[in-house]
Write a protein that binds this ligand. Structure first.
Ligand SMILES: Nc1ncnc2c1ncn2[C@@H]1O[C@H](COP(=O)(O)OP(=O)(O)O)[C@@H](O)[C@H]1O
Ligand SMILES: [Mg+2]
Length: 361
Protein backbone atom coordinates (compact mmCIF):
# COMPACT_ATOMS: atom_id res chain seq x y z
CA UNK A 1 0.00 0.00 0.00
CA UNK A 2 1.34 3.45 -0.91
CA UNK A 3 0.79 6.96 0.37
CA UNK A 4 -2.60 8.44 1.25
CA UNK A 5 -4.18 10.14 -1.78
CA UNK A 6 -6.93 11.78 0.25
CA UNK A 7 -8.64 11.31 3.58
CA UNK A 8 -12.27 12.36 3.92
CA UNK A 9 -14.91 12.07 6.62
CA UNK A 10 -15.67 8.37 6.15
CA UNK A 11 -12.86 6.94 4.00
CA UNK A 12 -9.11 6.99 3.44
CA UNK A 13 -7.90 6.52 -0.14
CA UNK A 14 -4.45 4.89 -0.48
CA UNK A 15 -2.29 4.53 -3.56
CA UNK A 16 -1.36 0.96 -4.47
CA UNK A 17 2.34 0.92 -5.38
CA UNK A 18 3.03 0.10 -9.03
CA UNK A 19 -0.61 0.15 -10.14
CA UNK A 20 -3.27 2.54 -11.37
CA UNK A 21 -5.58 1.32 -8.63
CA UNK A 22 -6.34 2.76 -5.21
CA UNK A 23 -7.59 1.19 -2.00
CA UNK A 24 -10.70 2.78 -0.52
CA UNK A 25 -10.50 2.04 3.19
CA UNK A 26 -13.75 2.74 5.01
CA UNK A 27 -13.85 4.13 8.56
CA UNK A 28 -16.08 3.19 11.52
CA UNK A 29 -17.46 6.71 11.37
CA UNK A 30 -20.88 8.20 10.62
CA UNK A 31 -21.32 11.90 9.84
CA UNK A 32 -24.14 14.21 8.75
CA UNK A 33 -24.70 17.88 7.99
CA UNK A 34 -21.31 18.40 6.30
CA UNK A 35 -19.63 16.86 9.34
CA UNK A 36 -21.45 18.97 11.97
CA UNK A 37 -22.73 15.73 13.48
CA UNK A 38 -20.22 12.87 13.67
CA UNK A 39 -19.94 9.66 15.71
CA UNK A 40 -17.85 6.53 15.87
CA UNK A 41 -19.85 3.44 14.99
CA UNK A 42 -18.08 0.11 15.39
CA UNK A 43 -18.76 -2.15 12.41
CA UNK A 44 -19.92 0.62 10.05
CA UNK A 45 -16.85 0.28 7.78
CA UNK A 46 -17.67 -3.38 7.10
CA UNK A 47 -21.39 -2.70 6.63
CA UNK A 48 -20.65 0.14 4.20
CA UNK A 49 -18.09 -1.90 2.25
CA UNK A 50 -20.48 -4.87 1.91
CA UNK A 51 -23.22 -2.55 0.64
CA UNK A 52 -21.02 -0.61 -1.79
CA UNK A 53 -19.42 -3.79 -3.15
CA UNK A 54 -22.77 -5.42 -3.91
CA UNK A 55 -24.13 -2.26 -5.57
CA UNK A 56 -21.04 -1.67 -7.72
CA UNK A 57 -20.95 -5.35 -8.76
CA UNK A 58 -24.59 -5.05 -9.80
CA UNK A 59 -23.85 -1.89 -11.82
CA UNK A 60 -20.64 -3.26 -13.40
CA UNK A 61 -22.54 -6.41 -14.36
CA UNK A 62 -25.28 -4.30 -15.95
CA UNK A 63 -22.64 -2.51 -18.05
CA UNK A 64 -22.31 0.86 -16.27
CA UNK A 65 -18.74 2.18 -16.30
CA UNK A 66 -17.58 2.40 -12.67
CA UNK A 67 -14.27 2.68 -10.81
CA UNK A 68 -14.94 -0.50 -8.78
CA UNK A 69 -12.47 -3.35 -9.34
CA UNK A 70 -12.94 -5.77 -6.42
CA UNK A 71 -13.46 -6.08 -2.70
CA UNK A 72 -10.15 -6.31 -0.84
CA UNK A 73 -11.16 -6.98 2.78
CA UNK A 74 -14.19 -6.60 5.06
CA UNK A 75 -13.62 -2.86 5.17
CA UNK A 76 -11.84 -1.93 1.92
CA UNK A 77 -12.16 -2.25 -1.84
CA UNK A 78 -9.91 -1.68 -4.83
CA UNK A 79 -10.90 0.85 -7.50
CA UNK A 80 -9.41 2.71 -10.45
CA UNK A 81 -7.64 5.82 -9.24
CA UNK A 82 -9.72 8.79 -10.35
CA UNK A 83 -9.43 12.55 -10.43
CA UNK A 84 -12.72 13.28 -8.74
CA UNK A 85 -15.17 15.77 -10.25
CA UNK A 86 -16.35 17.89 -7.30
CA UNK A 87 -20.05 17.69 -8.15
CA UNK A 88 -22.66 15.66 -6.29
CA UNK A 89 -25.30 14.27 -8.64
CA UNK A 90 -28.69 13.87 -7.00
CA UNK A 91 -31.73 12.10 -8.46
CA UNK A 92 -35.16 12.05 -6.88
CA UNK A 93 -38.30 10.03 -7.55
CA UNK A 94 -40.24 11.49 -4.63
CA UNK A 95 -40.00 15.05 -3.28
CA UNK A 96 -38.86 15.09 0.35
CA UNK A 97 -36.17 16.60 2.60
CA UNK A 98 -34.03 19.46 1.31
CA UNK A 99 -35.97 19.64 -1.98
CA UNK A 100 -39.07 20.78 -0.06
CA UNK A 101 -37.08 23.47 1.80
CA UNK A 102 -35.61 24.76 -1.47
CA UNK A 103 -38.92 24.61 -3.35
CA UNK A 104 -41.59 25.97 -0.98
CA UNK A 105 -45.09 25.01 -2.02
CA UNK A 106 -44.19 21.58 -3.33
CA UNK A 107 -45.92 18.92 -1.23
CA UNK A 108 -43.99 16.01 0.28
CA UNK A 109 -44.60 12.93 -1.85
CA UNK A 110 -44.72 14.74 -5.21
CA UNK A 111 -43.61 12.14 -7.78
CA UNK A 112 -41.03 13.14 -10.43
CA UNK A 113 -41.41 11.34 -13.76
CA UNK A 114 -38.73 11.16 -15.13
CA UNK A 115 -36.62 11.34 -11.97
CA UNK A 116 -35.52 14.87 -11.00
CA UNK A 117 -31.81 15.59 -11.47
CA UNK A 118 -29.95 18.15 -9.32
CA UNK A 119 -26.29 19.11 -9.00
CA UNK A 120 -24.40 20.40 -5.97
CA UNK A 121 -20.85 21.71 -5.83
CA UNK A 122 -18.83 19.69 -3.28
CA UNK A 123 -17.77 22.37 -0.79
CA UNK A 124 -18.37 21.48 2.89
CA UNK A 125 -17.49 24.99 4.13
CA UNK A 126 -20.25 26.53 2.02
CA UNK A 127 -22.64 23.61 2.67
CA UNK A 128 -22.43 22.14 -0.84
CA UNK A 129 -24.30 24.89 -2.74
CA UNK A 130 -26.74 23.83 -5.45
CA UNK A 131 -25.40 24.55 -8.93
CA UNK A 132 -27.55 24.89 -12.00
CA UNK A 133 -26.48 23.19 -15.23
CA UNK A 134 -25.31 26.60 -16.49
CA UNK A 135 -23.20 27.15 -13.36
CA UNK A 136 -21.59 23.72 -13.85
CA UNK A 137 -20.70 24.71 -17.44
CA UNK A 138 -19.48 28.18 -16.39
CA UNK A 139 -17.13 26.76 -13.72
CA UNK A 140 -14.99 25.16 -16.49
CA UNK A 141 -13.77 22.48 -14.09
CA UNK A 142 -10.80 20.48 -15.39
CA UNK A 143 -10.23 17.00 -13.96
CA UNK A 144 -7.65 14.47 -15.10
CA UNK A 145 -6.89 16.68 -18.10
CA UNK A 146 -10.54 16.73 -19.22
CA UNK A 147 -12.53 19.97 -19.39
CA UNK A 148 -15.96 19.32 -17.87
CA UNK A 149 -18.15 20.88 -20.58
CA UNK A 150 -21.73 20.33 -21.76
CA UNK A 151 -20.97 16.87 -23.25
CA UNK A 152 -19.36 15.60 -20.05
CA UNK A 153 -22.21 17.06 -17.95
CA UNK A 154 -24.79 15.41 -20.22
CA UNK A 155 -23.04 12.07 -19.91
CA UNK A 156 -22.93 12.30 -16.11
CA UNK A 157 -26.55 13.50 -15.94
CA UNK A 158 -27.92 10.71 -18.10
CA UNK A 159 -25.75 8.12 -16.34
CA UNK A 160 -27.04 9.33 -12.96
CA UNK A 161 -30.66 8.88 -14.01
CA UNK A 162 -29.90 5.45 -15.50
CA UNK A 163 -28.11 4.33 -12.32
CA UNK A 164 -31.08 5.54 -10.27
CA UNK A 165 -33.55 3.66 -12.46
CA UNK A 166 -31.48 0.47 -12.29
CA UNK A 167 -31.19 0.62 -8.50
CA UNK A 168 -34.84 1.65 -8.11
CA UNK A 169 -35.95 -1.41 -10.10
CA UNK A 170 -33.55 -3.68 -8.24
CA UNK A 171 -34.86 -2.52 -4.86
CA UNK A 172 -38.46 -2.72 -6.05
CA UNK A 173 -37.94 -6.48 -6.54
CA UNK A 174 -37.40 -6.60 -2.75
CA UNK A 175 -40.43 -4.35 -2.09
CA UNK A 176 -38.31 -1.31 -1.16
CA UNK A 177 -38.79 2.15 -2.68
CA UNK A 178 -35.67 4.06 -3.67
CA UNK A 179 -36.73 7.66 -3.00
CA UNK A 180 -33.59 9.57 -3.97
CA UNK A 181 -29.84 9.06 -4.40
CA UNK A 182 -26.55 10.96 -4.62
CA UNK A 183 -23.46 9.86 -6.51
CA UNK A 184 -20.08 11.19 -7.65
CA UNK A 185 -17.98 10.72 -10.77
CA UNK A 186 -14.26 10.79 -11.47
CA UNK A 187 -12.03 10.84 -14.51
CA UNK A 188 -9.67 7.96 -15.18
CA UNK A 189 -6.56 10.09 -15.92
CA UNK A 190 -5.06 7.43 -18.21
CA UNK A 191 -8.07 7.02 -20.51
CA UNK A 192 -9.93 10.29 -19.87
CA UNK A 193 -13.05 8.19 -19.34
CA UNK A 194 -15.81 9.30 -16.96
CA UNK A 195 -16.35 6.66 -14.27
CA UNK A 196 -19.00 6.38 -11.58
CA UNK A 197 -16.82 6.56 -8.44
CA UNK A 198 -16.82 7.00 -4.65
CA UNK A 199 -19.31 4.74 -2.83
CA UNK A 200 -22.99 3.93 -2.96
CA UNK A 201 -24.23 2.83 0.45
CA UNK A 202 -26.85 3.70 3.09
CA UNK A 203 -25.40 7.22 3.16
CA UNK A 204 -26.18 7.70 -0.54
CA UNK A 205 -29.94 7.28 -0.68
CA UNK A 206 -33.31 7.28 0.99
CA UNK A 207 -34.80 3.81 1.07
CA UNK A 208 -38.34 3.19 2.29
CA UNK A 209 -39.45 -0.44 2.67
CA UNK A 210 -42.94 -0.92 1.21
CA UNK A 211 -42.79 2.76 0.15
CA UNK A 212 -43.54 3.74 3.77
CA UNK A 213 -41.57 6.74 5.05
CA UNK A 214 -41.99 5.54 8.66
CA UNK A 215 -39.98 2.40 7.86
CA UNK A 216 -36.97 4.30 6.43
CA UNK A 217 -33.68 2.36 6.54
CA UNK A 218 -31.15 5.01 5.53
CA UNK A 219 -28.98 7.70 7.15
CA UNK A 220 -31.98 10.01 7.46
CA UNK A 221 -32.78 8.20 10.74
CA UNK A 222 -29.42 9.48 12.09
CA UNK A 223 -29.92 13.00 10.68
CA UNK A 224 -33.31 13.30 12.38
CA UNK A 225 -32.17 12.12 15.86
CA UNK A 226 -33.02 14.81 18.45
CA UNK A 227 -30.51 13.29 20.85
CA UNK A 228 -27.79 10.86 19.80
CA UNK A 229 -27.86 8.13 22.48
CA UNK A 230 -26.11 4.76 22.25
CA UNK A 231 -29.53 3.14 21.80
CA UNK A 232 -30.32 5.43 18.88
CA UNK A 233 -26.94 4.71 17.24
CA UNK A 234 -27.59 0.98 17.65
CA UNK A 235 -30.90 1.39 15.79
CA UNK A 236 -29.16 3.25 12.94
CA UNK A 237 -26.52 0.49 12.77
CA UNK A 238 -29.18 -2.25 12.71
CA UNK A 239 -30.88 -0.47 9.79
CA UNK A 240 -27.58 -0.32 7.87
CA UNK A 241 -27.01 -4.01 8.59
CA UNK A 242 -30.49 -4.79 7.31
CA UNK A 243 -29.65 -3.00 4.05
CA UNK A 244 -26.21 -4.67 3.73
CA UNK A 245 -27.89 -8.06 4.11
CA UNK A 246 -30.75 -7.33 1.64
CA UNK A 247 -28.39 -5.84 -0.93
CA UNK A 248 -26.82 -9.29 -1.39
CA UNK A 249 -30.14 -10.46 -2.89
CA UNK A 250 -30.42 -7.69 -5.49
CA UNK A 251 -28.84 -9.76 -8.30
CA UNK A 252 -30.85 -12.97 -8.60
CA UNK A 253 -29.77 -15.76 -10.91
CA UNK A 254 -31.74 -15.73 -14.18
CA UNK A 255 -34.84 -17.90 -13.85
CA UNK A 256 -35.84 -17.93 -17.54
CA UNK A 257 -34.14 -18.69 -20.83
CA UNK A 258 -34.44 -18.39 -24.59
CA UNK A 259 -34.46 -21.53 -26.74
CA UNK A 260 -33.51 -21.68 -30.42
CA UNK A 261 -34.83 -24.67 -32.36
CA UNK A 262 -32.82 -25.29 -35.55
CA UNK A 263 -34.16 -27.38 -38.43
CA UNK A 264 -30.67 -28.76 -38.98
CA UNK A 265 -27.12 -28.35 -37.72
CA UNK A 266 -26.32 -26.24 -40.78
CA UNK A 267 -28.20 -23.38 -39.02
CA UNK A 268 -25.62 -23.45 -36.24
CA UNK A 269 -23.55 -20.41 -37.29
CA UNK A 270 -26.72 -18.30 -37.55
CA UNK A 271 -28.04 -19.57 -34.21
CA UNK A 272 -24.72 -18.90 -32.47
CA UNK A 273 -25.23 -15.22 -33.37
CA UNK A 274 -28.62 -15.32 -31.65
CA UNK A 275 -27.03 -16.91 -28.60
CA UNK A 276 -24.31 -14.28 -28.52
CA UNK A 277 -26.89 -11.48 -28.67
CA UNK A 278 -28.84 -13.13 -25.83
CA UNK A 279 -25.65 -13.40 -23.77
CA UNK A 280 -25.08 -9.62 -24.07
CA UNK A 281 -28.28 -9.15 -22.07
CA UNK A 282 -27.62 -11.94 -19.59
CA UNK A 283 -30.29 -14.16 -21.12
CA UNK A 284 -29.31 -17.84 -20.97
CA UNK A 285 -29.81 -19.36 -24.43
CA UNK A 286 -30.07 -23.02 -25.40
CA UNK A 287 -29.56 -24.25 -28.96
CA UNK A 288 -31.44 -27.39 -30.04
CA UNK A 289 -31.49 -29.20 -33.38
CA UNK A 290 -34.87 -30.63 -34.28
CA UNK A 291 -36.78 -30.75 -37.55
CA UNK A 292 -40.52 -30.21 -37.43
CA UNK A 293 -40.72 -31.74 -40.93
CA UNK A 294 -38.55 -34.79 -40.48
CA UNK A 295 -39.04 -35.49 -36.79
CA UNK A 296 -42.32 -33.96 -35.71
CA UNK A 297 -42.67 -36.18 -32.63
CA UNK A 298 -39.27 -35.14 -31.37
CA UNK A 299 -39.97 -31.44 -31.98
CA UNK A 300 -43.24 -31.66 -30.06
CA UNK A 301 -41.46 -33.43 -27.22
CA UNK A 302 -38.86 -30.65 -27.05
CA UNK A 303 -41.59 -28.03 -27.16
CA UNK A 304 -43.35 -29.77 -24.27
CA UNK A 305 -40.07 -29.60 -22.33
CA UNK A 306 -40.14 -25.83 -22.66
CA UNK A 307 -43.80 -25.60 -21.82
CA UNK A 308 -45.10 -22.09 -21.58
CA UNK A 309 -42.61 -20.72 -24.10
CA UNK A 310 -43.96 -17.74 -26.04
CA UNK A 311 -42.83 -17.40 -29.68
CA UNK A 312 -42.06 -14.35 -31.71
CA UNK A 313 -40.45 -14.04 -35.13
CA UNK A 314 -37.50 -11.74 -35.81
CA UNK A 315 -35.30 -11.41 -38.88
CA UNK A 316 -31.82 -10.76 -37.46
CA UNK A 317 -29.94 -12.74 -34.84
CA UNK A 318 -29.18 -9.62 -32.70
CA UNK A 319 -32.88 -8.78 -32.80
CA UNK A 320 -33.79 -12.25 -31.58
CA UNK A 321 -31.58 -11.86 -28.52
CA UNK A 322 -32.95 -8.39 -27.79
CA UNK A 323 -36.52 -9.62 -28.26
CA UNK A 324 -35.99 -12.43 -25.76
CA UNK A 325 -34.27 -10.00 -23.37
CA UNK A 326 -37.09 -7.45 -23.59
CA UNK A 327 -39.72 -10.09 -22.93
CA UNK A 328 -37.85 -11.49 -19.94
CA UNK A 329 -36.95 -7.99 -18.68
CA UNK A 330 -40.59 -7.44 -17.82
CA UNK A 331 -40.07 -9.70 -14.81
CA UNK A 332 -36.26 -9.73 -14.45
CA UNK A 333 -34.63 -6.45 -13.40
CA UNK A 334 -31.08 -7.76 -13.94
CA UNK A 335 -31.80 -8.25 -17.66
CA UNK A 336 -33.71 -4.94 -17.74
CA UNK A 337 -30.63 -3.20 -16.29
CA UNK A 338 -28.40 -4.60 -19.02
CA UNK A 339 -30.70 -3.32 -21.76
CA UNK A 340 -30.85 0.08 -20.07
CA UNK A 341 -27.06 0.33 -19.65
CA UNK A 342 -26.49 -0.78 -23.26
CA UNK A 343 -28.81 2.01 -24.46
CA UNK A 344 -26.90 4.48 -22.26
CA UNK A 345 -23.51 3.34 -23.60
CA UNK A 346 -24.71 3.59 -27.23
CA UNK A 347 -25.93 7.10 -26.46
CA UNK A 348 -22.58 8.04 -24.81
CA UNK A 349 -20.79 6.64 -27.89
CA UNK A 350 -22.79 8.98 -30.12
CA UNK A 351 -21.96 12.01 -27.94
CA UNK A 352 -18.25 11.15 -28.22
CA UNK A 353 -18.54 10.62 -32.00
CA UNK A 354 -20.37 13.93 -32.41
CA UNK A 355 -17.79 15.75 -30.27
CA UNK A 356 -15.00 14.24 -32.38
CA UNK A 357 -16.78 15.20 -35.61
CA UNK A 358 -17.13 18.78 -34.35
CA UNK A 359 -13.47 18.97 -33.27
CA UNK A 360 -12.15 17.41 -36.50
CA UNK A 361 -13.81 20.10 -38.61
N1 LIG B 1 -11.60 6.16 -7.28
C1 LIG B 1 -11.23 7.20 -6.54
N2 LIG B 1 -10.00 7.76 -6.70
C2 LIG B 1 -9.62 8.82 -5.94
N3 LIG B 1 -10.41 9.39 -5.00
C3 LIG B 1 -11.63 8.89 -4.79
C4 LIG B 1 -12.12 7.77 -5.54
N4 LIG B 1 -13.40 7.49 -5.14
C5 LIG B 1 -13.69 8.40 -4.17
N5 LIG B 1 -12.65 9.25 -3.95
C6 LIG B 1 -12.58 10.38 -3.00
O1 LIG B 1 -12.28 9.89 -1.72
C7 LIG B 1 -12.47 10.93 -0.78
C8 LIG B 1 -12.76 10.36 0.58
O2 LIG B 1 -14.10 9.96 0.74
P1 LIG B 1 -15.02 10.55 1.89
O3 LIG B 1 -14.48 10.14 3.22
O4 LIG B 1 -16.41 10.14 1.54
O5 LIG B 1 -14.80 12.11 1.67
P2 LIG B 1 -15.75 13.37 1.93
O6 LIG B 1 -15.66 13.64 3.38
O7 LIG B 1 -15.11 14.43 1.08
O8 LIG B 1 -17.13 13.00 1.46
C9 LIG B 1 -13.55 11.83 -1.40
O9 LIG B 1 -12.95 13.09 -1.65
C10 LIG B 1 -13.87 11.13 -2.71
O10 LIG B 1 -14.15 12.08 -3.71
MG1 LIG C 1 -18.16 11.23 0.93
Amino acid sequence: MGEVVIEGKTKVVHKIVGSEHVLLQSKDRITAGDGDRAHDMKGKAAISTATTTAIFQLLNNAGIKTHFVKQHSDTAFIANKCEMIPIEWVTRRIATGSFLRRNPGVKEGYRFCPPKLETFFKDDENHDPQWSYEQCVAAQLTCGGVLIGPDELDIMGKTTVTVFEILERSWAALDCSLIDMKIEFGINPTTGEILLADVIDSDSWRLWPAGDRRLMKDKQVYRELKEVTQDALDTVKRNFEWVAERVQHLSPKPHARAVVLMGSASDMAHSEKIKSSCTTYGVPCELRVTSAHKGTDETLKILAEYEGLGCSTVMFPEGAGLCAAQTLAMSDHVIWSKIRAKQLNTWIGLIHADKKARNDK
